[in-house]
Design a protein around this ligand. Sequence first.
Ligand SMILES: C[S@@+](CC[C@H](N)C(=O)[O-])C[C@H]1O[C@@H](n2cnc3c(N)ncnc32)[C@H](O)[C@@H]1O
Length: 289
Amino acid sequence: MPDLELLDCGDGRRLERFGRVLVDRPAPGATMPRRLSAADWAKPDLRWSKGGWVRGAAADSWPVRVGDLTLECRPASGGQVGVFPEHAVTWAWLDAAVRTAAERLERPPEVLSLFAYTGGATLTCARAGARVTHVDSSRPAVAWARQNAALSRLAEAPVRWLAEDARAYVRRERRRGRHYDGVILDPPTYGHGDGAWQIDADLPALLDDLLALCGARPSLFLLSAHTLGYDGERLAAMVREHIGVGADGAPLALDSRAGNRLDLGAWACGGVHGPKPVARKRPSPARRP
Ligand SMILES: C[S@@+](CC[C@H](N)C(=O)[O-])C[C@H]1O[C@@H](n2cnc3c(N)ncnc32)[C@H](O)[C@@H]1O
């Protein structure tokens, strides 16, 4: 059984399993009716309600396995637990892209990971053989990512861990004339750092600066977002327009065990060493218990 599983969603909420912990939290995109019974939803180990966690049996932290990585979950602010399960599909793509790039370049690719949170993408690239620069403006998030590196036996991997504003760091690297073979970015709608981050206002200029770092033929480029209005085609068009490389877009979605699908954003990927994203088929609906 996988450690990350969406059991059901509906009526504005999602019921998920993170390892041994059952979590019930809001999901604005879950506009459909729930499929599981009220009894199935009745006893989560953690529930996000009225702006805070209601704890059942959940510990302060617990590990989950995602592919070859071990990541720590914790009840965190905003209803997050430290892992975005819908990103597993992007990590599979990154793994393949980094391995291909390492083979073709005949050296470890240099990858820049921005808005890198608790390190799932960073550690996937490091595990696949990249040298990674991990940037997030939140010090606690960077510390959490380093903890995940240790749990995943990647504490000694070639990763530079930086608590910095993504825009400021990229501008500085541009002035230094630095080159990266690949870039990953998962910008939030609103953020913090050297001044407020706002995706509509700030993403285009950041992408223009990134072109200067990775050139028009990056080995890999992955842009994802969880912002209303940014679907896969829009993200792919932004990558094509600002970076000049071919890109394909796809939704970021989770299929529940009960048979409904939760849309959680989108991603676009491209680059001369990146495979095409694999379209996910809808599962056949499970029988109602
Ligand atoms: C949507 S989360 C990323 C989720 C992550 N990619 C994953 O799948 O696990 C956004 C992250 O961006 C960070 N962030 C917000 N504003 C930032 C800024 N101006 N510069 C760098 N990081 C920022 C936040 O601290 C947060 O960790």
